[in-house]
Design a protein around this ligand. Structure first.
Ligand code: PSU
Ligand code: MN
Length: 307
């Protein structure tokens, strides 16, 4: 591990020195998940939301041959404007750094960098998982969740996935799933996938208690905190499902493969739902930033480090 590969923003450096609450944020959602100009607006909104709830935001990205933890306004703009960025999962760091490429980090990539930087809480939209089509497409987010002791706040896995299979793999990998103020695993755009969570937690303090007990056993896996999307923006599952089916058929017909699958499906579902799914995506991302900040604050309030 070489810290020369990292660049911390002044705000993140200060928070690391003073042991004040930090929340990691991903950047693949900026470079690949959302269209401009919503991507930049959302990135700023999430940072502001984290700050308003008492934590320092640490958006993570690859720029100019380094892994940046905490970005300036100008760096955030560069990421949001370029359409050339690489989608950086765990396997992509070395090549993006060596080639001095711009990179938006996925959940897996952000987990790796944030944990190395000593951050314990991470807010995202939906994790990657087991795809319905094409077969054998399983996101690198899942194995990385299995080996990174962080709290990941999300609205479950993206609805374009096979949610049942995704939960099965999380079980195999030993990743606990906690429903935040809910007994159901959300379906990203809608609050209930019909699938259960392992346990319910109603407050940040309850989440922290579960995470600490999990890590005190020496376990290395993440704790997935699944937050239902806020009622104002959530969509009925059946409505989104029609759009997902059509997007999947189009992806198959056009032979979309590899890293391009997730961005293609998200963009098509957004178009087919007349941006209702985009609004839901933006709303749940902000909400997850708020919940993550409150959990990060609670971690620090409880002081004693466990990992
Ligand atoms: N959730 C969103 N938008 C996104 C993603 C998640 O609402 O763009 C990104 C995340 O960065 C996640 C990645 O890690 O998609 C998963 O991609 P893949 O299925 O190729 O692993
Ligand atoms: Mn994939």
């Amino acid at each position: 591990m070489d810290f020369k590969l990292f660049a911390f923003s002044p705000e993140v450096s200060r928070a690391r020195q003073r042991h004040t609450p930090l929340v990691a944020l991903e950047s693949a959602v900026i470079t690949h998940g959302l269209p401009p100009p919503e991507n930049l607006r959302l990135a700023r909104d999430m940072e502001r939301t984290v700050a308003e709830h008492g934590a320092t935001p640490a958006t993570i990205a690859v720029l100019d041959g380094k892994i940046h933890v905490g970005l300036s306004q100008q760096q955030l703009e560069r990421l949001a404007e370029t359409r050339q960025a690489r989608k950086v999962s765990v396997r992509d760091f070395g090549l993006a750094i060596a080639k001095k490429e711009m990179g938006g980090t996925t959940v897996a990539g952000t987990l790796l960098a944030a944990h190395r930087a000593g951050i314990r809480v991470f807010a995202t939209g939906g994790i990657g998982g087991v795809h319905r089509e094409p077969p054998f497409d399983v996101s690198a987010d899942l194995p990385q969740l299995a080996r990174t002791p962080m709290v990941v706040v999300c609205a479950g896995a993206k609805a374009i996935l096979d949610l049942s299979a995704t939960l099965e793999v999380l079980e195999t990998l030993g990743v606990p799933v906690v429903g935040y103020q809910s007994d159901a695993f959300p379906a990203f755009y809608s609050p209930d996938s019909g699938l259960p969570v392992g346990v319910r937690a109603d407050s940040p303090a309850e989440v922290v208690e579960i995470a600490r007990a999990h890590w005190q056993l020496g376990l290395e896996s993440a704790l997935l905190v699944a937050v239902p999307p806020p009622a104002e923006v959530s969509l009925p599952a059946a409505e989104v499902e029609t759009a997902i089916q059509q997007a999947l058929e189009e992806a198959a017909a056009r032979g979309i493969r590899g890293q391009a699958v997730t961005p293609f499906l998200l963009a098509r579902v957004s178009e087919l739902t007349h941006k209702a799914s985009l609004e839901a995506n933006l709303g749940l991302l902000r909400n997850n930033a708020r919940v993550a900040a409150r959990i990060a604050v609670e971690f620090v309030a409880r002081q004693r480090p466990v990992v």
